[in-house]
Structures are given as C-alpha cells and as structure tokens.
Design a protein around this ligand. Sequence first.
Ligand SMILES: [Mg+2]
Length: 277
Amino acid sequence: MGGSLLVFTDLDGTLLDADYGFADAAPALAEIRRRGIPLIPCSSKTRDEVERLRRRLGLADPFIVENGAACCIPEGWRGIPLAEGRREGGCRVIRCGVAYERLRRFLAGPGRALGARGFGDAGVAEIARRTGLPAEEAALARRREASEPFWFEGPERAAELAAAAARRGLAVTRGGRFFHLIGAGVDKGAAVRRLVALIAPHLPAPLRTIGLGDGENDLPLLAAVDRPVLLPRPEGGFVPCDLTGLLRERQGGARGWNAAVLRLLAALDAGPADPRP
Ligand SMILES: [Mg+2]
C-alpha cells in the first residue's frame, strides 16, 4: 500500500471499554504500531487525560481533545516543521474553541436556570462517581480548557439549553456520559480537518483516513474521514447516522474496534479499489 494512512479514533466506548480497558484491542494496536500508522485519539477528554492514556497506549502521535477544542501535535513529530499554535508541554497546541470561563459563565447563568450542572460545579469526588474514574484521573478531567461536560439535575431540557447556547455563539453536543458545552462550529470533524490540513502536505500522498466512533459527538469525525466506522453504544444500538460508505461494527468497545481496524487494514492490503469488507 503506497501513500499514507491516518486512523482517528474516539476513546470512551470505542477504543476503550466502559471500564476504560483496551486489552481486546491489543492485536490491532500492535498491527498499527508495526506498520507505523499514526493513531490519533479524538476525544472529549482533556489534554491531561489524553496524554496519560497515550502513555498507557504507547502512542506518540498527534491528538485532539475536548471534542475538537484543541489539536495537539508533538514537537518534531515525523520531522514536520510547524509554526502554528502555542508551544506547551512538548506539543504545538492549536486551539479551536472558546475560553473555558465563557462556557462557565453560560452554565452558571442560563444553564443553571434550566437545571444544568457542569464539571466546574462539582468536586473531584463527584466527578469520580459520575465518570467511574479514580479520583486522581477525575482531577485531570476537571482541568478543562475549552469545553464543559454537564448534566441535568432534573428533567432533561437539552433543546432549550442548546437554543440558549446558540444565541451566545455556543453549542451543545452529546457524548457517552455527558452533554458538552463548546464553541459554535467546534467539533471533532472540524478539528480532524484542521489537523489533516496541517500535516497532509508533509506526508506521502495519497492520504487516506479512517475514523471510528460510537457517539453523537463522533458524527462530525465520521463525516470528515474517507472510511467511517460506527460502533454500537455501550448501552446497545447505534446513534442514527446515514453517511455513505459507513461501516457498522457489530460489537462495541475495544473488541469491535479491534475487529474493524484489522478488517480495514486487510482490505487496504487487498487492493486500493474499495476497502469495504
Ligand atoms: Mg464514545
């Protein structure tokens, strides 16, 4: 196979199981590593959380955090010279989102009136309880830059809240466990396009992209790649999606991720015409 391949993946419920494990994805992870294919996490998690997971996964590739609010490219990655973004912690960080303080102001005002409560309203213990993360990792989840996960204390008034957010240049999306407040036009797909535009000129052509996700907030990511793969949600069933060329994997989480990646890589080996199984 000539050219380059990039694999973009959601984490929770996609590469990671509900207990945040990924043992069942080991064969495909090893194959991706053997082939030197960049594996680019694209998550609603924070930079601190994704960096920690990248270390566990043994990844050194770029990553997208907070639902597309920032793209992070390690300094010197594949020898690519980058002037964009700010230098932070060994990465070039390209922010696409709005300031966290602005999101908090909205949640504290109109959001609160509609019964919404976000990570910034909760302590580490409550975030640990709501996410199932150990306290140490819940503390990393609370260190946010440009998106705010939230939930409703009473009845779910998501449509009203999204309308109020839109009037202020903000948007609401839904992940596996929470709603997320972000800047308007900020999503995983916009971040994928931004990242591809930055790195593609420096990689061997033709460039092909695979994307895997399970949530509503992954739909823009799936729309931004050549080969979209939708996994069932941890609670069962697929989010509605009618993208052409979409592959629906039967199993969710690490096991489904593993099967889908191995099948797509084998299909790409078989021929460039159509990597559908
Ligand atoms: Mg997910």
